[in-house]
Design a protein around this ligand. Structure first.
Ligand code: IMP
Length: 411
């Protein structure tokens, strides 16, 4: 039996982690975010209702699961408060079960302004949520952490930070300055509201572990967006791999029993950057339409293409992946041929293998035996290529549209 799981995306994010975390959280005592910020977007579909989350762990929909936001997360207080309120209106009470580290880097209005201005020049295609500039501030040791909002010198620290960034905004980017007083007022209100959630996350995880509870660590974005290991500079600004759990959550990642990599049956990417298997013709259009490939956070259409099994294999080795969960397999229903890349040659061109499509439908199937034979062969072939067992398969957006061959908690 696994006690602790890490769940992370193996591609460029948007692999459908939210649904899988929601499912696996049923057996967890706690779910913890350890990196990223509200650049992440998880859409969960429960009883036909769509619930979009950006900061709060996807375990929140399971009533008894505790939710933590670790110190590695870049935290926008206004977004967090909005999510707590929205979830409350939808009947999900967070009272006493949400804990946020006081050491999260704060994301402020000025970070969003800088993000937008900088990206107009850099062309990374960021989400504009201010996550990069907030992490930059942390690394540069001039930023503000959530806990600093409660300290007497908060106003002067905020003033200094605004002075620095306003200089960039006005003198370098030629834009209007941002108003520190307005930010100070909203931070004071946010601090009052969020005080009840401040928790020693590392200590709380330790206690849950000692009491025998299982912890699920929920990654955001994906391996190929990792700031060091990804397709730099077209990456996000945090480490997205499970190794980041140690510092981002304050929990030794070697104590994780099962690393679960989530991969979509094809590939998508939002924003700029290399994407060797991208299909911009009819195939891309079909994947996009069938997969509803529009960003949860930005509403941008996602670029679509074929799965890169070679990248999955090397990503799995790097992160010690024990199990893969394959999502959105139903999107490939009706294709006569499915291409899978085995990796790229020296010029960066993908080396494809062409596999036959299948007769019948994957959509909505709940049992392995009920999958079309061709779809089962496709899965088994991917297992051979990646050398990792594909333990779960998602066949549609609803909670029940899930095939569990082996439950990662038990595998
Ligand atoms: P940033 O994280 O907003 O700085 O954006 C940097 C890159 O990461 C852009 O290409 C974004 O589209 C991408 N990105 C950030 N978060 C996500 C996500 O949750 N899913 C998919 N792409 C993301």
């Amino acid at each position: 039996m696994s006690r602790h799981l890490a769940v992370f995306g193996m591609q460029w994010g948007d692999e459908g982690k939210g649904k899988i975390v929601d499912y696996l959280a049923r057996s967890a005592a706690a779910v913890c975010r350890f990196q990223g910020g509200d650049n992440a977007g998880h859409t969960l579909v429960v009883d036909g209702r769509r619930i979009a989350l950006h900061l709060i762990p996807s375990g929140v929909l399971q009533p008894d699961v505790r939710c933590f936001i670790g110190a590695g997360v870049a935290l926008a207080p206004d977004v967090l408060i909005g999510e707590i309120d929205t979830l409350g209106q939808q009947g999900f009470d967070l009272g006493g079960r949400l804990g946020v580290s006081r050491n999260c880097a704060l994301v402020l209005d000025i970070h969003r302004r800088i993000d937008a201005a900088a990206d107009r020049r850099a062309g990374i295609g960021t989400t504009g949520r201010g996550i990069g500039p907030a992490y930059e501030d942390r690394i540069a040791r001039r930023g503000i952490l959530l806990g600093n909002m409660f300290e007497p010198d908060f106003r002067s620290r905020l003033g200094q930070l605004y002075e620095y960034h306003n200089f960039r905004l006005t003198d370098y980017y030629g834009e209007a300055a941002a108003d520190v007083e307005e930010q100070y007022r909203t931070c004071r209100q946010a601090a009052e509201y969020l005080n009840q959630y401040i928790t020693d996350v590392s200590g709380a995880l330790e206690s849950i572990d000692s009491a025998g509870g299982g912890i699920l660590f929920e990654g955001a974005q994906g391996a190929m967006l990792d700031v060091v290991r990804g397709t730099w500079p077209y990456v996000t600004s945090s480490n997205t791999l499970p190794a980041a759990i140690s510092f981002g959550a304050g929990f030794d990642f070697r104590r994780i029993d099962c690393v679960v990599g989530i991969a979509k049956a094809y590939a998508t990417r939002v924003g700029e950057g290399p994407f060797a298997t991208e299909q911009d013709g009819e195939i891309g259009r079909r994947l996009s339409e069938r997969g509803h490939e529009v960003g949860t956070t930005t509403g941008r259409p996602r670029r679509c293409g074929w799965l890169d099994a070679g990248a999955l294999k090397s990503g799995a080795r790097l992160s010690g992946v024990d199990a893969i969960v394959l999502t959105k397999l139903d999107v490939l229903d009706g294709f006569d041929e499915i291409l899978v890349s085995l990796g790229c040659d020296a010029d960066g061109a993908p080396q494809y293998e062409t596999l036959p499509g299948w007769d019948g439908e994957v959509a909505g199937v709940r049992r392995w035996e009920d999958l079309p034979a061709g779809a089962r062969r496709f899965i088994e072939h991917l297992e051979n290529l990646t050398e990792v067992p594909l333990q779960m398969i998602s066949t549609g957006p609803e909670r029940g549209h899930t095939i569990v061959r082996v439950n990662p908690w038990e595998g």
